[in-house]
Design a protein around this ligand. Structure first.
Ligand code: SF4
Length: 392
């Protein structure tokens, strides 16, 4: 074991921890190019680093000391599917050893439509991957071009067809409120997504993150964002169209056909502990949140020289843990079993959350149904502005 690394300790985890993580996220920081709206931790067009990255990841995984069984695994990025077959096999072997998946576990991979074909799917499936999350974003050529995606609508449809023939669960990411997009164009995307046969859809309004190229272009008025009313109309259209076509709206941005909700993400929203590996990976274990360096080269340099890749570590107080658990739980449309929780929540936290709930029910943003408190439709559209009030 590496003397300086000692990651288990800096992650706040020991064999004695009462709730071992049951989920693990692995960040693969590579893409063919960087889309203008993206500020994730990744390197574009750096295939020369693939092998070195896997060696670094192997060092980080070694810190687990022994295999740690999990119920869900999520290979995200970046674009994990970018790895060529031999390196993908090496990665999957590593993960199968260190993070063995339970018998009925869920193993997801994020994939670019161009990487989805019979051979890649067979390899993924042989190792136990049973859920694929496709970065499709749209079925419109002009919108795909505007978002700087490298696939065509036909390539996306073909990828979904092939994925459905071999995977239990196929999820599709869609972006709305792209520059120049109209509600009618978005409704067309929704219709095509429903017809595509994907059994899980994630819909996100385009955001202009500081550090992403689109942010600068919006500042310089090269890009004109869609107005707020149209964006709201598109979000509500997604809810109405998808729920009337057999999807359950189970989280603010996520919709699933029966039995296809993403179990991995539900672990985050339920406040469970999870492992995380790779540059920028953030984990939460036993009330301790820690985050790896977001630069891939620095992440590698640290691991190669026996240093911890962790650059942030926060030990949450009991108060903070309950507040966060409440907020993450409320992202789910079923809400939080607040009346049941109350017996476990310390009195001083309970009183302040109770007061906020009452205020937000008064505004029509929350409702109480039996022992649950949850968002109303009116609350859904303002939810981002509500959460900070529960965290203070
Ligand atoms: S493919 Fe995804 S992760 Fe890669 S740059 Fe584009 S948006 Fe970011």
């Amino acid at each position: 074991m590496h003397s300086e690394l000692n990651l288990l300790k800096s992650w706040g985890w020991s064999d004695q921890s009462s709730s071992p993580p049951i989920a693990a996220y692995i960040h693969i920081p590579f893409c063919r190019h960087r889309c203008g709206y993206c500020n994730f931790s990744l390197l574009a067009n750096r295939d020369d680093l693939f092998e070195r990255f896997l060696d670094g990841l192997a060092i980080e995984l070694c810190e687990l000391q022994k295999p740690r069984p999990v119920e869900t695994l999520f290979l995200g990025g970046g674009t994990p599917s970018i790895l060529p077959t031999s390196l993908m096999r090496k990665l999957l072997e590593l993960l199968r050893h260190w993070l063995p998946l339970s018998q009925d576990g869920e193993w997801s991979i994020e994939a670019n439509p161009l990487d989805i074909h019979q051979d890649s799917l067979r390899l993924w499936k042989d190792f136990g991957i049973n859920r694929i999350s496709i970065g499709g974003q749209s079925f419109h050529p002009a919108k795909l071009k505007r978002l700087e995606r490298d696939h065509s609508p036909d390539e996306l449809k073909h990828a979904i067809d092939v994925a459905r023939s071999l995977m239990d669960s196929v999820s599709l990411d869609l972006i709305f409120a792209a520059p120049d997009e109209t509600p009618e164009l978005w409704r067309n995307d929704l219709r095509q997504a429903i017809q595509s046969g994907a059994n899980h859809l994630s819909t996100y309004g385009l955001t202009y993150e500081k550090g992403a190229r689109f942010w600068g272009e919006r500042e310089r008025q090269i890009i004109k964002p869609v107005d707020e009313d149209s964006e709201l109309e598109m979000y509500l259209d997604a809810i109405d169209t998808l729920t009337s076509n057999g999807f359950t709206h189970y989280e603010i941005s996520n919709f699933a056909r029966p039995d296809h909700a993403c179990r991995h993400n539900q672990a985050y929203w339920n406040g469970d502990s999870w492992w995380a590996f790779g540059p920028s990976a953030a984990r939460y274990i036993g009330g301790v949140r820690s985050v790896n360096h977001r630069g891939t080269l620095e992440y590698l340099r640290r691991l190669e020289s026996d240093c911890s890749p962790v650059v942030e570590r926060e030990e949450l107080t009991l108060d903070q843990q309950w507040r966060e658990r409440f907020v993450f739980g409320m992202r789910q449309l079923r809400g939080v079993a607040w009346k049941t929780w109350q017996t476990h929540v310390p009195e001083f936290v309970r009183a302040s959350i109770d007061a906020k709930i009452a205020e937000h029910i008064e505004h029509g943003w929350l409702q109480e149904i039996e022992d649950h408190v949850r968002l109303t439709r009116k609350g859904l559209v303002v939810s981002d502005s509500l959460w900070p009030e529960y965290l203070d």
